[in-house]
Ligand binder design. Structure first.
Ligand code: 1CP
Length: 349
């Protein structure tokens, strides 16, 4: 793994071309995924290692991407914390967490007991993947997990989570600490099971201003990545730590203190100024607007080139700025992969 294109780009080493994978690359835009989902519901797919493995491999086979990401979901650890969740297709929690009592009742599970199916899926995928394609393990960042726990699902205004932060900070911190411990165990155990990179999705951190980001999100991300670093060192491995900073605003420079080695960005900001704020030590991942894949192949090629030009040849992993849209024609995803490959190798040659 230490020599894959993806690993070298994450380490900011020279590469012959820019690696690419696609956020939510296993999912509803793929007919082979929909065929499988017609027979098994979403949680069954997540809970059955053989199915999770098969779905993880689907986009690798069809698109020839440079990394696989485990098929699972950031909310998979919730039942082991004591919170039931259903998907249709977005998540819905029967009993959101709102009070100090609710927080105190949350369990902090060890991933080996709570989510053994995730670890087994990783072992299966590792056996099935070619050596050149690394497997990314992932979890939700503590603040984003807390957002779903408090809101009870997706939300328009996020007044429940923000209300909790400002009306009862000690309870908010107790909740974030429990999410952080759960996620640290999950991500560290994924590395032990064979995941070759560890990614945290902080989809909702963009709700926070800089001071609140530093208070409520950053310290908990740092703790998770510290645990990943410890386990990687124990195993003698170099494991890239990727932090998806959703809708990052004025707190982008604070990402330097998360312990991440790669920061994933959405399309709301250009990569060149983002790099200036992140400093020379971090690699970047992103950041094409997923809706571009609804345009023509010519537009996709042109926009891919623009992202590559912004990012430069070193320390860039190409990706979308958020998950691929379900209505995306699979052929357009392939056009993107081929365009990134072609454009970035021409640049190096
Ligand atoms: O019916 C279905 O098939 C369910 C749709 C679906 C899928 C395919 C959900 C429900 N989750 C997933 C898979 C998933 N989720 C992956 C798979 C690996 C991959 O190919 O990338 C990953 C990495 C996630 C991560 C995830 N889940 C995030 C973080 C990334 C992001 O998109 O911001 C979030 C926020 C979730 C919550 C979630 N789960 C599912 C949905 C539809 C959502 C979003 C709900 C919302 O808008 O709040």
């Amino acid at each position: 793994m230490s020599d894959t294109l993806f690993a070298r780009a994450c380490r900011r080493e020279p590469v012959e071309r820019t690696p690419i994978w696609i956020m939510r690359q296993a999912g509803r835009y793929l007919p082979e995924y929909r065929a499988l989902r017609a027979k098994a519901d979403f949680l069954t797919c997540c809970h059955t290692p053989e199915l999770a493995c098969e779905i993880t491999l689907q986009p690798v086979q069809r698109l020839d991407v440079d990394a696989a990401i485990l098929f699972s979901d950031i909310l998979v650890p919730l039942p082991a914390m004591g919170v039931e969740v259903t998907f249709n297709p977005g998540p819905h929690l029967a009993r959101p967490v709102r009070s100090a009592g609710d927080v105190a009742a949350l369990r902090v599970p060890d991933a080996r007991e709570a989510t053994p199916f995730v670890l087994e899926a990783i072992r299966l995928v590792r056996c099935a993947l070619p050596q050149t394609v690394p497997l990314i393990g992932f979890a939700g960042a503590p603040f984003t997990m807390a957002t779903y726990l408090v809101e009870g699902g997706g939300s328009k205004h996020f007044d429940a989570i923000k209300g909790l932060l400002f009306s009862d900070p000690p309870t908010a911190h107790a909740l974030l600490a429990r999410c952080g411990e759960t996620v640290a165990s999950l991500l560290a155990e994924q590395v032990r099971a064979g995941a070759q990179a560890a990614m945290l999705f902080d989809t909702w951190a963009g709700l926070l201003g800089p001071a609140d980001y530093r208070a409520f999100a950053l310290p908990y991300v740092r703790r998770v990545f510290d645990r990943v670093t410890e386990v990687a060192a124990e195993l003698g491995l170099d494991v890239p730590r990727i932090y998806y900073a959703g809708n990052a605003g004025g707190w982008l420079p604070a990402c330097r203190d998360t312990g991440a080695t790669v920061v994933g960005l959405d399309w709301r900001m250009d990569l060149e100024p983002a790099r200036a704020q992140l400093g020379p030590e971090l690699a970047v991942q992103g950041n094409l607007d997923p809706a571009v894949l609804l345009g023509t192949p010519a537009l996709i090629r042109q926009r891919a080139r623009a992202v590559l030009d912004q990012a430069g040849p070193i320390g860039h992993v190409f990706n979308l700025g958020h998950g691929i849209l379900p209505q995306t024609p699979p052929d357009h995803a392939r056009v993107l992969v081929d365009a990134v490959r072609e454009c970035s190798s021409r640049r190096v040659a």
